[in-house]
Design a protein around this ligand. Structure first.
Ligand code: ATP
Ligand code: ZN
Length: 211
């Protein structure tokens, strides 16, 4: 019996996810371009996937647990259990507008066309603030949308803000603060649940040692 974990195949969470397993004393054969691998000293099978697909795979039980940004968990609205915050992949989902725009508060977004890869989270944010706007979903390069006349504002992930600045934008609202989290299938079998407890115990020890 093995525990199956899904982590990002490549991208911002990949290295830190592997590192976390390593710090937990778990050795994996990290072959190049593989879709899955196994740990040599823990009953763990590792799947490498696109981060956007991970919540669905966990809900479906294809993998038992996964590492993904809270932003993705909230956007996908899948039935998964958030088990633990992991302390890496920190970023925020922010509203940004052209530097020259006279922006005072969230009401200034009323009736604007807003480009984002997070239509669900943005929709909730606007609704909670009593603002109606035209959400335009795009999958990448959101920060160039105002410059090419596609949208008047954007809602995108930010860590330092330098990408926004380079594109003539300013950050005006924080919609969500996010970091990587461990998520789990809601109906784990007893054996998997025990393995998760064992892994979680190690993760918490690693995190405590860092604080
Ligand atoms: P994939 O190919 O797996 O779909 P991606 O391009 O969607 O990858 P990445 O850019 O690698 O995703 O980001 C993965 C996660 O890293 C984000 O969902 C977010 O939780 C986190 N993250 C941390 N800092 C940033 C940042 N500055 N910009 C974007 N994402 C960030
Ligand atoms: Zn993605």
């Amino acid at each position: 019996m093995k525990l199956k974990i899904a982590i990002q195949k490549s991208g911002r969470l990949h290295e830190d996810s592997i590192k976390l397993l390593k710090e937990c004393g778990i050795d994996i054969n990290n072959g190049v371009n593989k879709l899955k691998t196994e740990a040599t000293n823990f009953p763990l099978e590792v799947f490498f996937l696109r981060d956007d697909d991970i919540p669905q795979y966990i809900e479906d039980g294809v993998a038992d647990i996964g590492v993904v940004g809270e932003n993705v968990v909230l956007e996908k609205k899948k039935q998964v259990r958030v088990v633990e915050k992991l302390g890496f992949g920190k970023c925020r989902l922010s509203m940004a507008v052209p530097k020259a725009m006279d922006y005072n508060n969230v009401k200034d977004l009323h009736n604007l066309k807003i480009a984002t890869s997070y239509p669900v989270i943005l929709g909730d944010f606007l609704k909670n603030n009593g603002v109606t706007a035209d959400i335009h979903e795009i999958s990448g390069s959101v920060e160039i949308a105002p410059g090419i006349g596609l949208a008047a504002a954007i809602c995108d992930l930010v860590s330092s803000g330098s990408t926004l600045f380079m594109n003539g934008l300013k950050e005006v609202e924080t919609v969500l603060k996010s970091e990587a989290v461990l998520i789990a299938n809601e109906g784990l079998q007893e054996a998997q649940q025990l393995l998760l407890q064992k892994l979680l115990f190690r993760i918490q020890a690693v995190r405590k040692a860092k604080n």
